[in-house]
Design a protein around this ligand. Sequence first.
Ligand SMILES: NC(=O)c1ccc[n+]([C@@H]2O[C@H](COP(=O)([O-])OP(=O)(O)OC[C@H]3O[C@@H](n4cnc5c(N)ncnc54)[C@H](OP(=O)(O)O)[C@@H]3O)[C@@H](O)[C@H]2O)c1
Length: 301
Amino acid sequence: MNSSRNLLVLGATGQIGKLVSRNLRRREANFSVGTRRKVKLAELADQFGSSRFIDLDDPRTFDEALKNITGIFLLTGYTVDMLVQSKALVDAAKRNGIKHIVHLGAFTRDHDAYATVFAWHQMIEAYIRVSGVAWTNLHPNIIMQTFLAQWSLKGAMYSAYTSKAVGFSAGEDIAEAAAAILMEGPEKHNGKDYWFSADVLAPDQVAETLTAATGRKFTAAVVKADGFQNHAIQPGSAYENAYAKGGFEFFEQVEDGRMAYAGSVIDDTKKLLGREPLSLMDWAKLHANELLEAAGYEAQP
Ligand SMILES: NC(=O)c1ccc[n+]([C@@H]2O[C@H](COP(=O)([O-])OP(=O)(O)OC[C@H]3O[C@@H](n4cnc5c(N)ncnc54)[C@H](OP(=O)(O)O)[C@@H]3O)[C@@H](O)[C@H]2O)c1
């Protein structure tokens, strides 16, 4: 392990960045978390050891935020702005002599993904690959934490936007792998793509798994793919409309077979961490109370 590394984690207030930061803290890494919210700087520094101001929508904030940083965890939110945000950050990384970019992308395979969000991540990855900065790209399939989104399990009914089996990956696995990659650095992980799709399940199997893990009844209903777009942009949702459209396109293309690969188990957790990835059953047991709350059940004592 190289102790001269100094890492910057983006998205530490969100689902995956928070877990990456917790992992780095546990491993006593030298790192800061980046936030666009100045009011959060002190709280995040208390939580993780160090914080820096960076607003992905304002590239003028990048050079200061990247001072003495050697490796970045590049995470963007559920917005088409990821394109310009990532381009500007990669340019700044190059300018500031950053040694390693670890990018959180999506479950894209070769050249057969044409849902917008997937294409955006592929364009960003293509830009990173030619930047001259060492890189590692992470490709998670549907993140299990999505079950906790307000629209996912209302009334204990899992709204599936395709009847086909799709792959899921625990945020915990992706984040622990990202932390290990950041700490082990480009010497080990430059030029590598890693996939996270641990458990492939059809809608009824998801409902059965949630039922078995929580002890309360869950059912599944297959709704039209465009339902995703309507559900995901409810007030309070992290998804902007253009991104939600990408989700709809993904489910539509899984349903008609164009993105059938989304139903594959391809998972590098064991290669990276030396342990099996979490299955949905494992993950749902860990998050049973949150799942019950999302479903409208009273949490178990
Ligand atoms: N959900 C899935 O199933 C899935 C599957 C594959 C890939 N992905 C990818 O995962 C990524 C999203 O990860 P997530 O679920 O962890 O996201 P998230 O929970 O929505 O968190 C987004 C983070 O980005 C920060 N952020 C947003 N805009 C910013 C800006 N202008 N400057 C600085 N920070 C900013 C947010 O900070 P604030 O607190 O300031 O808002 C927050 O910490 C996306 O790229 C998505 O494509 C998701």
